[in-house]
Structure formats: C-alpha cells, structure tokens
Design a protein around this ligand. Sequence first.
Ligand code: NAD
Length: 425
Amino acid sequence: MEVTSCPVGDLAVANPFQMVVQQIDTVCDRLHLDEPWRVRLRHCERELIVHFPVRMDDGTVKIFTGYRVQHNDTRGPGKGGIRYHPDVNLDETRALAFWMTLKAAVVNIPFGGAKGAVACNPKLLSLGELERLTRRYAAEISVLIGPESDIPAPDVGTNPQVMAWIMDTYSMHKGWSVPGVVTGKPVEIGGSLGRAEATGRGCMFSARLAARHLNMDLEGASVVVQGCGNVGSVGARLLVKEGCRVVAISDSCGGVYNEKGLDLAKVLAHKRESGSVVGARDTETISNKDLLALKCDILLPAALEGQITKENADQVRAEMVIEGANGPTTSEADSILYDKGVFLVPDVLANTGGVIVSYFEWVQDTQAFFWEEEEVNRKLKKIVKRSFEEVLKISEEEKVNMRTAAHMVAVQRVAAAMAARGIYP
Ligand code: NAD
C-alpha cells in the first residue's frame, strides 16, 4: 500500500461482475457446460456485508461498510485479498472472488476463491484510525475467516501491517496465536520470505515465458507499467534486472516517461519522498491515458480493473500485455487486442505469484517450519512455468486466447471437483 496525497484512482469499469458473467458464458460454451454449471459459477457461496462503527481521532464515530465474499470453496479454503478503496462494492468484490477461484485452479493449488473489501480511503485515515477500522472489520468477518476456512491477504490499499492487525485481532479472540489466518503478514509473525515481491516476481516470470514464446529478447525490451504499488514497482524492478528498459510508469497522480529508459531507482526514491512518481528528475510527465498508448514491447497494467477498454484497446501498441492487476482488460478490449495480435497473459495466470507464495506461507505457518527465500522463489518459478505451459498448450490446441485457455483449465478443475463431491445433502 502506498500512502500519498494523490487521489486513489478511479475504477473505470462500470461493473466488473458483468465481465465475469461474460467470461463464464465464454468458457462454459467452450467446455460444453450447461446451465446448472453456469448458475453455480455465477453465484458466490457466501456473501457477508458489514456496517460497523469506528471512533475517529476527533472523537466522532463513522460507519464504514465492508464485505467478505467466498465464491467457491470446493477445492479448499477460500483465499483472497482485502481491498481498501472508496469505490468498492459487492459486485466488484464478487468479481474479484471469482477470479481468485480461477487463479487457484489455474495454478492447481488447493484453495477456493474469496475476497474482502472496505469502502474507505486509507490515505485519509490516520494510522490509529486505520488500525481501529481494520481490527473492527476483522472482528466482523471473523465468522467467516480462519486458517481452515478463508485466508485473507493484502490487495490495493492494504499491506503487511494491516494483515498483522487482522492476525492479532483474530488471535486475541481465539486466545492463542493463529498465524495461518492471513498471508502477506510481516516475517516476524509467520510471514513468508519472498511474499512481498511474489506477485511482481510472478509477472516477471510470465514476461520471460511469453518472451521465449514470441522469440523476443528481454535484453533492451521496452516496458510500460501502469501502477506503481506492490505489483507494479516490484514487477518493474525485476524486469530491469532481466535487462529490460522501463520507459514509463504511473500512479494515480499520473505517469513519467523517458524514451531512453527511466532510472527506476531514482523514480521510486522520488515516489517515496514526494508520494508520486510525477516530477522525478529526467522524466516527462505523461497521463495514464497516453501511457497505455505508448509503443513498447511489454505493457504491465498493475493498477485497477477496467483500464483497457473498447475505447482505447485499439491504441495499445504493445507486443505483449502482462496483466499484473486483476481485470484490467474488459471483454470487448480482449477481442480487439487478440485481433491485433497482441499476446496477452491474463491476470489469472500472470499475477498468481501472490497467491502461490501465499499458499507457501500458509503451508509454512501450518507446519511451523519456514523455508529459505531461494526455496520459495524456486518453487514459485516452477509452478508459474508449469501453469503457463499448460495454458499455452490449450490456447494453441483450441485456438483461443490465453484468457479463455486459462479459464478452461481452471473451470475444468473446479467442475471436476464439484462433480466429485456431488451436491449436499
Ligand atoms: P497498491 O495499492 O500497492 O498499488 C496500486 C497502484 O495503482 C498505486 O501506485 C496507485 O497509485 C495506482 N493507481 C490507482 N489507480 C490508478 C490509475 N487509475 N492509474 C494509474 N495508477 C493507478 O496495490 P497492489 O497490491 O500493487 O495491486 C495492484 C493490482 O494488482 C490490483 O488489481 C490487485 O488486485 C492486483 N493484485 C495484487 C496482488 C498482491 O499481491 N498485492 C496479487 C494479485 C493481484
């Protein structure tokens, strides 16, 4: 989570759950799954809405609204982040929970999909207010979460400190420490080495695999990154290590551009000091709209959903898109990019580094036996490679884009698990 004076950034997409419904229809058509399957996939298993009071620093009491949604837990406990953003709502949380079901299934880890959110602007809260809000929200959703039922993690607007407060609150209610109730927490209380960088690292591995497939040399390849938070900044940093040139990066205040390649360390330092990348030395300012239209080898959208739409997809001039964010490309934009020959690695594959290392963290917590960072990164690489190859194979065999192929792999696994378990009672 970044804390700046910038706006938090708009959610450009009207209703991400509409995207989900289209995606379910597309994949079910391909897999010849009939209406009862579609209906089950369209519905989340559990949806909790909470309205709760928080005492503000000035003594007033404010009511906040939060959500925890479990989409499908057939393959294992719910897993999914918690988002703090003023525009969150039930449909967005449902969409994000659905994508978590798919992600866990694409990479074949034993989790279902869940997501949580609180409608708030964390940038406008003091540290004390943020802690009280988090602890009360954690208590409200404690009827659903737990290491065997549903395990939250960070997402937009939350960070390891927020996870630590949730872990502590849950543990206080139990009467003993329960590190496995959340992932993405500080290593001092059972977090995994490598978790903070995992999503960006997974994006880098995906870019490597896609580059190999496209015969693209990463050495000198130009990269444009939208979003400079956990995913975008780490992804950018690791791609630079691969020899890439990051020519533009943005946050909710706007973007910076340098055709020859940004000095990323200086841009990130400028952001740490001033709150935004905008104004970093030796850069031109660029709007988020223009940034998406820059000619580049790799475009890494790593902000929010609904950024590449039918209005601007035609202007995208990237060779490949690595979806660091969840749902950054709308369904109409997907088709436009595919027709243009842009190779797109979808969110449910490209940004799975986070959920994979969250799985490792949960396994380590459960066993109380912790791994070296090298082991975490090695196992992460192996799973991303295996999943990428499985999805690419389906995409080539079935002549569908990588998103539909990934959804086919995932829905097949979820449907097989549902069929094996049957319907209770
Ligand atoms: P974050 O809060 O750390 O960073 C988000 C970044 O996006 C910030 O730099 C913010 O300024 C920027 N931003 C917001 N609106 C913008 C806009 N309209 N234009 C440009 N930039 C904008 O969040 P994060 O954890 O990096 O998550 C980013 C995306 O990645 C989200 O879609 C999230 O769901 C997804 N994701 C995150 C993880 C994870 O482990 N954190 C895992 C998988 C997917």
